[in-house]
Design a protein around this ligand. Structure first.
Ligand SMILES: [Cu+2]
Length: 191
């Protein structure tokens, strides 16, 4: 069953074809998929303006951040009761073997989505006076944005106050990273 669905699901990464995977998804699995899709749409709406391909819209950023924040954190974890990885689901059993890490990632998403709303006042590419030098801040050193295993715990990476001072496109990238970090670890491949 799962194999067939995987084959039917064309597409890639975050924006994978959703229709096929929704077939057969019911109950709480369906509910969490709907939440994920709402977040995907929010991310997709913002992507062009974050890349400078559409006019910057502060209100749209705040609205999209609210959608993500609302579906993250405890709201998200509540939709993953133990063992709810049925045939229609792409959830990995590792979620319940490593619940603390999963939960931390859901909480981190909530936190960075809140920071995204706060950063909406700083359009893409803006540099705030008095801000730390961007290159050192984002420079992939071990600490702040480095990703990697330290980030997995959910307690590494820039904190909310620091994020809120950054240009919005940088914070958006951190949000997207929070999505894909969890998918890499806790969601099965879709194609
Ligand atoms: Cu689905």
């Amino acid at each position: 069953m799962k194999k067939t669905l995987v084959t039917l699901t064309a597409g890639s990464l975050l924006f994978a074809g959703i229709a096929a995977s929704h077939e057969g998804a019911t109950g709480i699995v369906r509910d969490r998929m709907d939440g994920m899709v709402a977040m995907r749409d929010a991310v997709r709406d913002l992507t062009p303006m974050m890349q400078g391909q559409a006019e910057y819209d502060r209100e749209a950023v705040i609205a999209a951040a609210a959608v993500i924040e609302r579906h993250a954190g405890n709201t998200m974890t509540a939709l993953f009761p133990e063992g709810s990885d049925d045939d229609a689901s792409y959830a990995r059993a590792e979620i319940w073997q490593d619940w603390q890490a999963f939960e931390a990632m859901a909480m981190r998403l909530e936190l960075v989505a809140g920071a995204l709303a706060e950063a909406a006042d700083s359009p893409p590419g803006s540099d705030l006076p008095g801000q730390m030098d961007n290159s050192s801040m984002m420079g992939g050193g071990s600490g702040m944005m480095g990703g990697g295993s330290s980030m997995m715990g959910g307690d590494a990476g820039p904190d909310a106050a620091m994020l809120a001072q950054m240009p919005v496109d940088r914070v958006f990238a951190v949000v997207a990273q929070a999505c894909s970090a969890c998918h890499t670890q806790f969601r099965t491949e879709r194609d």
